[in-house]
Every structure is written in structure tokens, then in C-alpha cells.
Design a protein around this ligand. Structure first.
Ligand SMILES: [Fe+2]
Length: 468
């Protein structure tokens, strides 16, 4: 605790000393080898028992948090599509039945992939569930969120670009220590596309077993990244997102989306919008039209916190992937400011970065205003592409440090967003320093809708008092 306070004080002092100037962390990580966990390692072992369900994961199954989609794979035979669940461990009063499918990818044939919707759940309740698979079954639990409410506190974990190395495992273990109730996952899951032929499918399976230690208990809100595209003409695999789409469903229909890659969910006091960097998004495309309508559906009186997730960051000051989010910024940034998005989480760059509240919406080719400028209506942009995949860290910074960048560090890590009430949330980023979790960057996030109204109310009261 003392070390955490000391580090926080150092970061704070650094910020104060530099005024509004951004900070580039001087920390240099003694990097563990970025190699994937061996397939025979216990960390990704196939569970014991004939045809035992594996790669169990859950995600939100509706728009308001009263449903969960449970997914799993059986390797040997179809088994059962059923999930039994209830309010105490081992006593299951409810049963839901889902669907099963399998697919081939080049010469790889998947196991039997099951998806089962558990709906009509009670809010704020711990459910125990058992995944059946014929001769074997496995037990897990999950906690439903509180009802949609203006002041509902909630704790999100944010992870991106995880992959399946020992650094990835460290990220999962450290994130679990912080008690995140739901994980916002900002894309690039398995990095199986770094393999060829049969091994691509094999590494999707091993990633599913790695993530299960978290994803079977806390719902993961999925975002697709570039490593999910898997466009491989040399293998005859040319349909994008195939492995991802078969395995990781989303409740896109419940927010009026026609595509699983972009959608929205409401959870506790948050409205979460998921965008797809690698799907068409310019004017008149389905994603553009859907987002235009989705922003109109946001009700800050019910869900004060407006969070956007995407893969490629709009504001990035690393040489890695520099400006790859620029085209989406041009299309969507003015909406982010108009609707007062609180925070945008992205991944893609294998490092950490947090922006000031800035926008570049005055730039219109002919205006000459081509620099990002402070903008109180703008979100904070945070890049958490530092989950620990085999690509290693992005260590090359843009110099001079751009004015939009508040803090950056080339380390592995993960973030937590703790919503306290309608006006305040505590955000923090934790570095993985080998085996240790080190709190490194923190800020109090003021809600873009309610904090401003509160401040304006105070100013009006002050003016009224002065005029008396
Ligand atoms: Fe990426």
C-alpha cells in the first residue's frame, strides 16, 4: 500500500511539475520473452474428463444486463447444449438449452461450439451454473449487475491485445486481483493468425482455455481487432472474422445492430458502445447509420456514463500504428464531442497511453486548424493495447510528445474503471512489472453530462446570489 501511494505521488508530482505538459514514463521494462505458452503447459491444459466442456466464456446477452450468453466447446462429441443454473452451488432450478455448430478452417475442424442464452435473470444476483457435456460437466458462477440506475456503482476491467504468452497470463492474474465485475475487451484476442494452416485453429482453442479463468466468471464485452480478420488467400480462407465469429457471439440484435461487430449494451450506470475499426464506417454505411441512431438512444438520466470501445486508437503518440485510427476519427469524433462521450478505450498499440480532453473537429481541410486542441466536450482517449501478446512492446515514441498525450508508458498492463456515482469515477492503470502489479497512472473522471450540469448549477446559484 505504501509503495502504491509513493508511486501515485510520484506520477502526480510529475504532472504538477510539468503543468499541462504530457509525461513520457522513464520506466524501462525488463521484458520477459514474448513467446506463446507451450501447448502442454498446465496454464492452457484441456480440462480432465471425457468430452469435458472447455473454453467456457460468458458475455452480456441482452441490452440491459438481465441475460447472459454462455459459450463452450466440446472436443469429442456434441454432448449437451444445456446449461443448468440456480442461486446456490449445486442446486440448479433452471435449465436453458442453446445451439451447437462446428466449422472448418483450412484443414482444421473445430470442436462442437455451444452458445446458450440465460435470460430473465434477476439483477444483482450471484448465479451458479453447470455446463453439461454428457459424461462430464463443469461448474462456474457469475454475478448479474445492479439494475440500470443513475447512481449505480460498478467496476469494469479493461484489457486489450492479450495474446497467449506468460505476460498475458500475468495480465489476467493481476486483473482478477482488482475484482472487476465485467471486462471491456478492446480487441485482438488470440493472435492465432501468427500461425499457419492447422495451428491457427489450435491456437484459438488454447486462447479460449487461457481466458476461461476470467471469462467463465465475468462477462467479457467483445471488440474485434485486426488479428480477428484472418484474411488468408494462401489457405483459401478469405471470409474475414470467421474464427472469431463462430466462437464469440455478441447481443448485437438487442441494440438494433445488424452485425455482431458493432453493438451496444447498458450495464449498471454505463452505456457501452462497441465499434468495429475494420468494418465500413463512413457515411451511409450500416455501422455509421446504426451509430447515429444509437447516440440518440443514450439516456444519461438512466445511464450517465457513456463509454466507447474500438480497436485502433484515434489519438496515438507511438510510432507503432501511428494515425491508423485517423479515418475513424474524421468520421466519428464530432459525434463523440456532441454527445459528450466520457471515455474511449482502444487497443492495437502494444503500450499504454492516456490523452487530455482534446478534439480536432475544427479541421476541415480548408480551415488550417489541423492541430488537436483542448476541448471540454471531448472524451479522454485511453489505449490499453498492453495485454502481453507475442508481438512484444511498442517502445518507439513520437517526439516531441504531442500536446494531446497526457501520459504514456511502454509496458504491459491493464486498467480499471470504478464508477462511484453519476458524477465521479476512479480510473487507474496498472503496470505488470514481471510478477508484480504496480499502480502507475490514475485519474478521477468527472462525468461529461452530470458534472457539467452540477458546475453550471453552482455558477447559476452564485450569479443569483450576487445579483440579490
Ligand atoms: Fe491490433
Amino acid at each position: 500500500m505504501l509503495v502504491e501511494l509513493l508511486l501515485f505521488s510520484l506520477v502526480l508530482l510529475n504532472c504538477i511539475c510539468n503543468g499541462n505538459a504530457g509525461v513520457t514514463s522513464a520506466f524501462v521494462r525488463n521484458e520477459w520473452p514474448s513467446v506463446d505458452i507451450a501447448l502442454d503447459d498446465q496454464a492452457i491444459a484441456v480440462p480432465k474428463g471425457y468430452n469435458a466442456p472447455q473454453q467456457v466464456h460468458i458475455t452480456q446477452g441482452d441490452n440491459d444486463g438481465k441475460a447472459v450468453i454462455v459459450s463452450w466447446i466440446t472436443a469429442d462429441e456434441p454432448g449437451s447444449n444445456k446449461v443448468r443454473y440456480g442461486l446456490s452451488d449445486g442446486k440448479y432450478h433452471f435449465t436453458a438449452e442453446g445451439s451447437m455448430q462446428k466449422y472448418t478452417f483450412y484443414n482444421y475442424t473445430s470442436g462442437y461450439i455451444h452458445h446458450c442464452l440465460l435470460d430473465g435473470l434477476q439483477y444483482d444476483t450471484k448465479y451458479y451454473y453447470e455446463v453439461e457435456a454428457g459424461n462430464s460437466s463443469r461448474r462456474f458462477w457469475f454475478q448479474t449487475p445492479p439494475p440500470i440506475d443513475l447512481d449505480a456503482p460498478y467496476r469494469f476491467g479493461i484489457i486489450g491485445d492479450l495474446g497467449q504468452t506468460y505476460n498475458s497470463l500475468s495480465t489476467l492474474e493481476h486483473s482478477a486481483q482488482l475484482g472487476a465485475e465485467t471486462i471491456l475487451y478492446v480487441g485482438d484476442l488470440s493472435y492465432a493468425d501468427r500461425y499457419k494452416y492447422h495451428d491457427v485453429g489450435v491456437r484459438w482453442d488454447s486462447w479460449g482455455r487461457l481466458a476461461e479463468r476470467s471469462a467463465a466468471y465475468q462477462p467479457w464485452i467483445w471488440v474485434a481487432g485486426n488479428h480477428e480478420i484472418e484474411y488468408f488467400p494462401y489457405m483459401g480462407e478469405v471470409i474475414p472474422f470467421r474464427n472469431y465469429a463462430y466462437r464469440y457471439p455478441t447481443p448485437h440484435h438487442t441494440s438494433g445492430s445488424n452485425n455482431p461487430l458493432w453493438y451496444a449494451v447498458r450495464r449498471a450506470s454505463a452505456h457501452i458502445i462497441v465499434l468495429s475499426t475494420y468494418s465500413p464506417f463512413v457515411k451511409y454505411t450500416p455501422q455509421w447509420s446504426w451509430l447515429q441512431e444509437e447516440f440518440e438512444r443514450v439516456d444519461r438520466v438512466k445511464t450517465p456514463w457513456l463509454i466507447v470501445l474500438m480497436h485502433a486508437p484515434m489519438y496515438n503518440s507511438y510510432n507503432s500504428h501511428f494515425m491508423e485510427g485517423e479515418s475513424m476519427r474524421v468520421v466519428f469524433e464530432s459525434w463523440f464531442c456532441r454527445y459528450k462521450v466520457d471515455v474511449v478505450f482502444a487497443g492495437h498499440v502494444h503500450a499504454y497511453e492516456r490523452s487530455y480532453r482534446v478534439s480536432n473537429i475544427k479541421y476541415n481541410v480548408s480551415s488550417g486548424s489541423s492541430y488537436a486542441a483542448p476541448d471540454k466536450s471531448a472524451p479522454v482517449y485511453i489505449t490499453v493495447g498492453d495485454g502481453g501478446n507475442k508481438g512484444g512492446l511498442a517502445t518507439s515514441f513520437k517526439y516531441p510528445q504531442p500536446n494531446y498525450c497526457a501520459f504514456r508508458e511502454a509496458s504491459y498492463g491493464h486498467s480499471t474503471l470504478e464508477i462511484k456515482n453519476r458524477t465521479h469515477a476512479l480510473y487507474h492503470w496498472n503496470r505488470n512489472d514481471d510478477g508484480k502489479r504496480v499502480p502507475t497512472d490514475q485519474m478521477v473522471l468527472h462525468n461529461q453530462y452530470w458534472w457539467c450540469r452540477r458546475s453550471n448549477g453552482r455558477r447559476r446559484t452564485k450569479r443569483n446570489n450576487q445579483s440579490k
